[in-house]
Design a protein around this ligand. Structure first.
Ligand SMILES: Cc1cc2nc3c(=O)[nH]c(=O)nc-3n(C[C@H](O)[C@H](O)[C@H](O)COP(=O)(O)O)c2cc1C
Length: 252
């Protein structure tokens, strides 16, 4: 059991200050190989997503988007388009460029040291042209991998501590973290930037949803073991860190 003091040490600069940089070197300093920028796609079929750069989708200007953003939890049973899903994935994790020698990706969101420690999983229910199921977003090629076919609405809602709307929507985003991507560079000071990074990802999803007249809601209340098991994550090298259901809002 950790104490509040220990927990808070990760949010303050204490961990940094108390780490003896002369003695404790990061794996990067020690010349250990950098972890891959993204999970492997070997052995999977990749489904290319439509070009996300289609301004036809946009319903509002930027000022309106900022003013109208709110958490929306009541969705209709209407399907969303594949173009809309493509734009949401791009806005939250899309890769704009890869730095030399695969050192880092530059994306639509910022990330400490450009480590981008997240993977995106989506539970699809109501997306035109896609089978219901669990998919992984491959940011480097802007593609999807179908991992498991099926309607997981009830399981997702259960994993979200019974919050029904989290599963019963068009598509539920679940971001996982692979902590070592950040730890390789920042060691014990990784945990604060990882949480800050996650906030940017979800905020971009909020804004992208508003731009398309879609709704979302950040979700941190979930059962860690249940959601990791549902996706097939080991809970240590990779685990869920944030969720967000998306749908056509019933009311605006
Ligand atoms: C980190 C975080 C976790 C949240 N978790 C949940 C959640 O589990 N369930 C929920 O209904 N709303 C959740 N929310 C949404 C907040 O309740 C919401 O942002 C807040 O009430 C303010 O409303 P607004 O987003 O419409 O401005 C979460 C928001 C954040 C930022």
């Amino acid at each position: 059991m950790i104490t509040r003091k220990e927990g808070r040490a990760f949010l303050s600069n204490k961990v940094w200050e108390e780490t003896d940089r002369e003695v404790r070197k990061t794996d990067q300093m020690e010349g250990k190989p950098q972890p891959p920028l993204e999970k492997s796609t070997e052995g999977f079929d990749l489904m290319k997503l439509p070009d996300p750069n289609s301004t036809d989708l946009l319903m509002k200007d930027f000022i309106e988007i900022i003013f109208s953003r709110e958490s929306r939890r009541v969705y209709s049973d209407e399907k969303i388009s594949l173009e809309a899903l493509s734009f949401l994935l791009w806005s939250s994790q899309g890769v704009k460029g890869v730095l030399k020698n695969n050192y880092a990706t530059l994306r639509t969101v910022p990330s400490a040291g450009a480590r981008h420690p997240f993977e995106t999983y989506i539970f699809v229910r109501l997306v035109k042209g896609l089978k219901k199921g669990l998919y992984r977003y491959v940011a480097l090629s802007h593609s999807l991998i179908l991992l498991k076919e099926g309607d997981f609405a009830n399981e997702v809602a259960l994993a979200a501590l019974g919050q029904k709307f989290v599963g019963h929507c068009a598509v539920t985003f679940v971001w996982s973290v692979i902590p070592y991507r950040t730890e390789w560079r920042y060691d014990l000071t990784s945990y604060k930037p990882i949480l800050l990074d996650a906030g940017h990802v979800c905020q971009n999803l909020y804004l992208a949803c508003e731009a398309l007249n879609l709704g979302t809601c950040a979700i941190a209340a979930y059962d860690q073991t249940k959601i990791d098991k549902l996706i097939g994550l080991d809970g240590n090298e990779e685990f869920a860190i944030y969720m967000a259901p998306v749908g056509k809002p019933k009311r605006y």
